[in-house]
Write a protein that binds this ligand. Sequence first.
Ligand code: NAG
Length: 376
Amino acid sequence: MNWFKQQLANVVGTEEPEYGPSAIRPVTKQAETKPYSILSKDDLRWKALDHTNVETETFYFFTDDGMTSWVQVIYSNVGGIRTTCQFNSKIFDHEGPGKHQWCSDQLHNFGFDEPQTSFYADSMAMELNEAGDAYTIKSARNEDCIINLTVTRKAPGFQVGNDGTTYFGPDPAEPWGSMRHAFWPRCSVTGTMQTPSKTYEMKGRGMYVYALQGMKPHHLACRWNFVNFQTPTYSAVLMEYTTPQSYGKTVVSVGGIAKDDELVTAGLCEAKHVTSKPETENDWPEPRTVSFEWKDQHDGKTVVGEINGDLPPKSDRIEVLAHLPGFVKSFIQGATGLKPHIFQYSSKDQLTLKVKDGEQEVSEKGQLFCEATFIS
Ligand SMILES: *[C@@H]1O[C@H](CO)[C@@H](O)[C@H](O)[C@H]1NC(C)=O
């Protein structure tokens, strides 16, 4: 979600009129005829579009000994005028519960290789290998988090429908905005993340999301849910957003479940906050009990996978606009009077994934990382 903040700093847009639900073609429509597509190396190219858009490659990690972290490259173009890149990393509970190591640095002299699948900048590289099944991520951009990681795909990568993309705008022939997601749901990770006080041996699970957001972030979504759940055998990922009223509060919810080296299902999902408890009366309804569902890939009517239960206490709460100029904040706050916030949760062996895998029903506990984002 960090692209949101970055993008927002450059955007003082206007409220959009109400175009209604007919002005959005959710990727879930594509899923009615084609539930998902397996990713090829070509699907993992950076697009580097020449109009306003934000591309991110984000890798989430759980080590076998229970550490949670992620790293991310953001490539963003503002108004077709200026391109900036940022490298972010976060290690959760680095110095005890709630004390996270967060590094965010602008990148210089960035560029791509010829197939446009590897990214380079001063003191930083994120390279996809020849086979298209592993990334190496190296960064000495910030001494507070020196990174040397290899992420290897175990199950196939996928995008929902034909192209993983939701299109915005009343004219289907000429959409004015888009949102694409592509996933590697189950990977292994090796390597190190090194801080001045500790070197983490990164042996464990990884998960990767590519995102391309081709429009202004607050016009695209007012709520987000993201789930990454990894068990010894299964991996379940879910990405859901709700558009603002301008696109009819349409919910786009997609994801998939992998088992070892295969996909069990991919397509439609649903995230519910069953109970919520704001810290104060004038606060966002922070989720406490959740229900995450992965639907069957034929008609999306039956549940193939589910996680139900209480979230752990939040590991972090991030004010999206914290570092923005006041005039941008007041603009964004206008609608609700509340500041956009991201709630993050991470737990090990507290929640259980139930999967209908062929004839059998399997339950496995696992490691959870999830985010609930409230924008407006
Ligand atoms: C990064 O890790 C690889 C393999 O784990 C190792 O061979 C290499 O020397 C490391 N590079 C640095 C700069 O530490």
